[in-house]
Design a protein around this ligand. Structure first.
Ligand code: ATP
Ligand code: MG
Length: 552
């Protein structure tokens, strides 16, 4: 696979291999299975798998499943599928929940060392006692319980003798530390909930800040790569590894998270969009999830190339969403067959073309890749053209069809508009045209020129198709809920993010399968939708239009 360009994490790895600190690089991708993966996760996947791979190291896929209330096996399965689809293979598949017994033992060790205590304060009180950035915290009245009492209470917590929230286990570090994360962080809480892996075996669960370093150390992870929000937690991470007497000492290294314009990325918000019906699921093509992007038609290559282009740094400015589109266009340009589809059909009858006759015209599958060969397109007396390729009263410099004007039909003939047929409301419903048999494409006709070329499909053999055109789901560029008083990101949901059109495509596309990708003449790149396509109707998702002003 493609390498990442040099970056500070790679430099650390090179140094650690050269100095002999490690003889093998081991990384992990540690999602919490509480939602589907999004494009931000793709960045973490590519960094973790990509860097380990460059040094012939190993990467674990590890589910950080320490919160049974939010996690689900559906998410576990989708995450596995998405990582594979992106092109990565994990060396080991692990679950943090497999280490619960080990974590419990380490917590007991902390208690025995006088470094952890059971606290009876409520969650609110704990927050209040914690202090702020400018004021020190206050010690809990339960902080000086004896080791024996703590051991007894912690065991009874495990045995289910207490209610949710009644007690917690806290690390005993320093309530006056300038780093709030070190002010006796909670490391275990009670939660009487069924876990997707361990069922009802446990009713106490380790907190992220305690569990994560242990998970990394248990797996001998050498470099624990995470995003910059965790920078302040690094001292706690190191404290846990050291005080729990772990043999391995992983190094936490932070990088700037990926943000994309017009895109919300937090799983909480994405879940809200799903739960409140703004989209038709986590894999809705408007979602920035890997499954949504796959369904829309993005390729793994385009996502990987995009992420590599964004680089690895500490900063986290938002990347223009058009950059993503640029990479999928680049990828599909030489791969996708060209074809014609009519999204807004207007019928055209070619009055001087013999009735009942169908001829097959030749067209390249992809003019940029001649090896892809040729396709046959039927032509007859009745065709469909795009409604907006005709204007009854055209402005100056309009070169498409209007009464009396002649245009080229792509791959076919010149036609001239002779008559406009309207319904009782005055709406144009059909055009009568004539064609000139001498102007057939590919015959070298030079008699006269026309300025416009339009696309079309033959009417009697065409395949009814649905076209789904997408606009950004989110109109704003910030993720902040507080942009305006009382408003949330849901106020920025674009009510016109999906436009559904019914039209027709060339008959040779009848056998198209879900995820086949095409470049429709003048309309852009489309993907056959895996969810809505039926035997009677093809459904196409527009991946991107053809052109953009975006340059990298
Ligand atoms: P979210 O905030 O979207 O809910 P998360 O960080 O809670 O995401 P996890 O399941 O904990 O989700 O993430 C797994 C890994 O992916 C973590 O190492 C996390 O740092 C990384 N990650 C999540 N979002 C991004 C992002 N936008 N850019 C880069 N890495 C990310
Ligand atoms: Mg998280």
């Amino acid at each position: 696979m493609e390498n990442l360009s040099s970056n500070f994490i790679k430099d650390v790895m090179i140094k650690d291999l050269e100095s002999g600190k490690h003889d093998k690089i081991i990384t992990r991708f540690p999602p919490e299975p509480n939602g589907y993966l999004h494009i931000g996760h793709a960045k973490s996947i590519i960094i973790n798998f990509g860097l380990a791979d460059e040094f012939n190291g190993k990467t674990n896929l590890r589910f950080d499943d320490t919160n049974p209330l939010k996690e689900d096996i559906e998410y576990v399965n989708s995450i596995k599928e998405d990582v594979k689809w992106l092109g990565f293979e994990w060396d080991n598949l692990f679950f943090a929940s497999d280490y619960f017994e080990e974590m419990y033992k380490r917590a007991v060790l902390l208690i025995k060392k006088g470094l952890a205590y059971v606290d009876d304060l409520s969650a609110d009180e704990i927050r209040e006692y914690r202090g702020t950035l400018t004021s020190p915290g206050k010690e809990s009245p339960y902080r000086d319980r004896s080791v024996e009492e703590n051991l007894d209470l912690f065991e009874r917590m495990r045995n289910g003798e207490f209610e949710n929230g009644q007690k917690v286990l806290r690390a005993k570090i320093d309530m006056k530390s300038p780093n709030i994360n070190l002010r006796d962080p909670v490391i275990y809480r009670i939660s009487h909930a069924t876990h997707h892996n361990t069922g009802d075996k446990w009713c106490i669960y380790p907190m992220y800040a305690f569990a994560h370093p242990l998970e990394d150390a248990i797996e001998d992870v050498t470099h624990s790569i995470c995003t910059v929000e965790f920078e302040d937690q690094r001292p706690l991470y190191n404290w846990v590894v050291e005080q729990c007497e772990m043999e391995s000492t992983p190094q936490q290294i932070e990088f700037g998270r990926l943000n994309v314009t017009n895109t919300v990325m937090s799983k909480r918000k994405l879940k809200q969009l799903v739960d409140e019906g703004f989209v038709d699921g986590w894999d809705d093509p408007r979602m920035p999830t890997i499954s949504g992007m796959r369904r829309k038609g993005f390729t793994p290559e385009s996502i990987r190339n995009f992420v590599r282009e964004t680089g690895v740094s500490k900063g986290s400015g938002a990347v223009d969403s058009q950059m993503l589109e640029h990479f999928v266009r680049e990828d599909l340009k030489l791969k996708a067959p060209r074809t014609m589809g009519i999204l807004n059909p207007l019928k055209v009858v070619i009055t001087n073309y013999p009735e009942g006759q169908i001829e097959l015209l030749d067209a390249e599958i992809n003019p940029e890749v001649p090896e892809m060969g040729m396709r046959k397109i039927p032509f007859s007396r009745e065709i469909y053209i795009e409604k907006d390729d005709f204007l009854e009263n055209p402005p100056a410099k309009y070169f498409r069809l209007f009464p009396g004007n002649e245009v080229r039909l792509k791959h076919a003939y010149f036609i001239k508009c002779e008559e406009v047929i309207k319904d009782i409301n005055g709406e144009v419903i059909e055009l009568r045209c004539t064609y000139d048999p001498l102007t057939k494409s590919g015959t070298g006709f030079t008699g006269r020129k026309v300025k416009g070329t339009i696309h079309w499909v033959e009417a009697t053999n065409s395949v009814p198709s649905e076209f789904r055109l997408y606009e950004p789901l989110i109109l704003d560029n910030t993720e902040e809920d507080t942009a305006e008083e009382g408003k949330t990101f849901l106020d920025n949901v674009n009510p016109e993010s999906l436009v559904v059109l019914q039209g027709f495509v060339e008959p040779n596309m009848r056998e198209s399968r879900p995820h086949d990708k095409f470049q429709f003449f003048r309309h852009g790149y489309f993907n056959v939708d895996p969810k809505h396509t039926t035997v009677d109707k093809l459904v196409f998702n527009r991946i991107v239009s053809l052109k953009s002003s975006f340059k990298i």
